[in-house]
Design a protein around this ligand. Structure first.
Ligand code: SAH
Length: 224
């Protein structure tokens, strides 16, 4: 899968792309994540990508032309399944959307900054708008990183069996059961004996019960 990220701050992604699972996914050739600096397509001699907003006025707005040029340039090279704008007024990003996006071939993530991007970009090119939650960030970069991570770890062959995404929270509509590792006894606290019983059926039942209990206690809304 290929993810093209349009941003005015590509350096914000460097640590995120070069560590952990996202790094491994790229090394294994499962994910190609390409950063593009919107400023490269600025038409302004000072390379400006923002301008004053019309109307009520407080704050700067990202100009349409450099973003449009990038999108059209990328579209001339390949077809995109979705062109996604990161935005607090978008649909709230959830596991089912990550699952869906992980089946795509090519997507674009557009990161806003300042007050956002000129509305006409959204009207003309954007096919999906995603928010990572009800709060406002300074830019779409962290949001795009969140979405990228959530998608990439689902691509077949990225996670080993030992950390299969299928047993994570939300995949079956529930939170995940608690997890333990060695030592069996740590500072007087023991691992539930059933997990050492070797009886797979009982262990599965315990996990299912715990997941349900946890969900009922912490996120009853998921059970509705
Ligand atoms: N004026 C906008 C907020 C702009 S914040 C409003 O009130 O809705 C600047 C940029 O940060 C946005 O264009 C968006 O790309 C990004 N951003 C901020 N909060 C976000 C969130 N919760 N989810 C996704 N992107 C967000």
């Amino acid at each position: 899968m290929r993810i093209d990220i349009l941003t005015i701050f590509p350096d914000m992604f460097s640590g995120f792309l070069s560590d952990s699972i996202v790094k491994r996914a790229q090394e294994k050739g499962k994910a190609e994540i390409v950063l593009h600096n919107i400023r490269d397509f600025s038409t302004d001699k000072f390379k400006r990508v923002d301008d004053y907003s019309y109307g009520h006025g407080a704050g700067m707005v990202m100009k349409a032309e450099p973003v449009a040029r990038w999108i059209e340039h990328l579209q001339s090279e390949r077809d995109y399944d979705e062109i996604i704008f990161m935005s607090p007024d978008g649909k709230v990003f959830q596991q089912n959307i990550a699952n869906h996006l992980s089946t795509m071939e090519n997507i674009i993530l557009l990161c806003g900054h300042y007050k956002g991007v000129d509305e006409r970009i959204r009207e003309k090119y954007i096919t999906m708008e995603l928010s990572i939650g009800d709060y406002v960030l300074s830019g779409g970069e962290l949001a795009a990183a969140v979405v990228t991570d959530a998608i990439v770890r689902l691509l077949p062959g990225v996670l080993g069996n030992e950390s299969s995404a299928l047993t994570d929270s939300f995949q079956n509509g529930l939170l995940s059961a608690p997890v333990y590792t060695r030592p069996y006894e740590w500072r007087g606290m023991k691992v539930p004996d059933i997990l050492l019983s070797g009886n797979e059926k009982l262990i599965d039942e315990w996990n299912a019960e715990q997941a349900l209990r946890r969900t009922r206690e912490r996120r009853p809304d998921l059970l509705d």
